[in-house]
Design a protein around this ligand. Structure first.
Ligand code: ZN
Length: 338
């Protein structure tokens, strides 16, 4: 019963975010079941759960995240109160030359508040703003989520204050469905609230960070993709250590972490995913192999995903339905113009 209710509210949220009804509740249930079937091996390694939570206990991760949020917060508060004037750029300059923004340490050795106070465009009013932001700052109650929940794949492009081409009706929206249907891909993401205090449909939407991972065929190694929407080495360390314990500790073998171009990750042909293992700019690529050491390997991910509505044709990239069904739903919008 509870499962039925969960899937029903997921379906409602999907329709809300799509802004249009593209497939029926029954179509979603059938997709949901197929996805769980495909992930049965990974779910087995997760003790039968679709999501596993771990409280983030890593000072580096929390500190890096705090610095990032503090920077964002003080800049937006400044803009709100004083506008985008010359002082704003002075403030940005001071912040980027700071070793520890939350800890009030400027790279010159002075306190950040002192540097702000001595800058004519800024002065006491901005020192006050700095203290207000600092006082309101609380270390987030953050959790790592490891997930094969089908709904989380559908929502993989949408986070707290950011989105990617996988978001509902985004350029590669169908990519999430495609990943939900392969046997190897799972998601890792970080939320800043206790998941027990959140509604099921809200959990993936509250993520501040996401990284996907693909198992190899023998499930003794995995490739981690690019970190979104930014790189956080503390979160990376916490995530990879947790995954090593969760998936590989029972193997009794030495586990390596390496960037190696001989371990390749391909998308299955016709799959609607955006292959961020090979297509992301080389500067941003952070492919990391974690698992039993091997000289080379070939990993494949994503499944060619068929229209959720008719099940006949391959779905479009930006919609989980085919072009025929799109026509059926939207009709010929050109007819009025022709
Ligand atoms: Zn169709």
């Amino acid at each position: 019963m509870e499962e039925t209710k969960k899937v029903e509210s997921q379906y409602e949220m999907i329709n809300l975010l799509q802004g249009v009804n593209l497939f029926s509740h029954e179509d979603y249930i059938s997709f949901y079941k197929k996805s769980l079937e495909a992930k049965s091996k990974v779910m087995g390694l997760m003790g039968g759960a679709t999501r596993i939570y771990a409280k983030l206990e890593n000072d580096t991760a929390i500190n890096i995240e705090n610095e990032r949020r503090f920077n964002q917060e003080i800049k937006s508060r400044y803009k709100e109160e004083f506008g985008l004037d010359s002082g704003f750029f002075k403030l940005c300059n001071i912040l980027s030359n700071s070793k520890d923004v939350v800890g009030n340490k400027h790279s010159s050795g002075k306190k950040i508040t002192k540097v702000i106070n001595q800058t004519p465009e800024l002065g006491e009013k901005v020192v006050l703003l700095y203290s207000q932001v600092k006082n309101s700052f609380i270390i987030p109650d953050s959790y790592l989520v490891v997930s094969v929940e089908p709904y989380d794949f559908v929502m993989m492009g949408k986070g707290q204050g950011w989105h990617t081409c996988y978001q509902p009706m985004g350029e590669h929206y169908s990519g999430g469905y495609s990943l939900a249907l392969d046997k190897f891909t799972f998601l890792t993401y970080i939320i800043t609230q206790n998941p027990n205090k959140m509604g099921d449909t809200e959990i993936p939407l509250g993520k501040i960070y996401r990284r996907l991972a693909v198992f190899n065929k023998t499930y003794d190694g995995m490739m981690m993709s690019t970190q979104y929407p930014y790189k956080n080495s503390g979160m990376e360390e916490f995530t990879t250590n947790f995954l090593e314990q969760l998936f590989f500790s029972s193997l009794g073998e030495e586990i390596v972490y390496k960037h190696d171009k001989h371990i390749k990750t391909y998308k299955t042909s016709l799959s609607q995913i955006y292959n961020d293992f090979t297509l992301a700019s080389s500067m941003k690529r952070e492919n990391l192999y974690v698992g039993v050491d091997r000289e080379e390997d070939l990993l494949k991910y994503g499944n060619p995903f068929k229209c959720l509505h008719c099940g006949g044709h391959i779905a479009l990239n930006d919609m989980p339905i085919c072009s025929d069904c799109e026509y059926e739903i939207y009709g010929d919008d050109w007819s009025d113009i022709m």
